[in-house]
Ligand binder design. Structure first.
Ligand SMILES: [Zn+2]
Length: 230
């Protein structure tokens, strides 16, 4: 934070706000982050030993490079509460404001013209960012083949649960639930058997927050639903 204060005093960043500080500190970090090709090579090298080694190492990398801002995430409140239906997970997200459901619905109808087209597009890798789009200079993504197509994997910078990952289509194509969804989900867990995966669905309000780009939520966590005895 001393470096960021200095950058503001010297006029390197125009405003001393979180937005500008975040845009700048990512640039500082990115000068130390390995090239995408090296990160990918290490991932698959680790994968050949075990998928868990690959994700352990990639998750630690995502934290150590401050793509996942651990110092913010630790402010979130998380606990389990027992109910007559079983233990339920409660999380209170204090590190990222939730989006307005109406804005989410409206965004799905809007024509996309910007670059990157959305927060999930592969073009975010290494992207410098701007006031209304986070800097991702330090971000590295892992290419996967899912149901024969080019997909990618990354962690969520907001970590709603342990090793919360996002598996996303290489193309900017809308969320959809159909028979191929199930092939894709099972393809992922066959490649990463220690992870879970699911879809937030293609519905506004109750569903995902980015409906314009097909993606799934995965990770290494056992949800109440997984633990439920039926
Ligand atoms: Zn996209």
């Amino acid at each position: 934070s001393g470096l960021l204060d200095y950058a503001y005093e010297k006029g390197i960043i125009p405003e001393n706000t979180v937005t500008y500080r975040d845009l700048f500190d990512v640039k500082l970090m990115a000068s130390l982050v390995k090239r995408p090709s090296e990160v990918i090579r290490e991932f698959w090298q680790n994968y050949s030993c075990s998928p868990k080694l690959a994700t352990d190492s990639y998750y630690k990398f995502s934290c150590d490079t401050d793509y996942i801002r651990r110092y913010r995430i630790k402010k979130d409140l998380k606990w389990k509460t027992s109910t007559e239906y079983g233990d339920i997970d409660i999380t209170v997200n204090l590190s990222k404001p939730e989006k307005d459901p109406k804005a989410i619905a409206a965004a799905k109808l809007q024509k996309q013209s910007g670059y990157p087209k959305c927060l999930l597009c592969k073009e975010n890798e290494g992207y410098a960012g701007r006031v209304n789009h986070p800097a991702r200079d330090n971000h590295r993504i892992i290419p996967l083949t899912i149901d024969g197509d080019n997909w990618f994997m990354q962690y969520s910078p907001y970590v709603y649960y342990n090793e919360h990952c996002i598996v996303f289509n290489g193309e900017h194509t809308p969320m959809v639930i159909n028979d191929s969804t199930f092939r894709k989900l099972f393809d992922f867990i066959s490649q990463f058997p220690h992870y879970i995966i699911g879809s937030n669905a293609d519905l506004p309000i109750v569903g995902g927050s980015i409906l314009t780009h097909e993606h799934f939520q995965g990770g290494r966590y056992s949800f109440a639903l997984n633990r439920a005895e039926v």
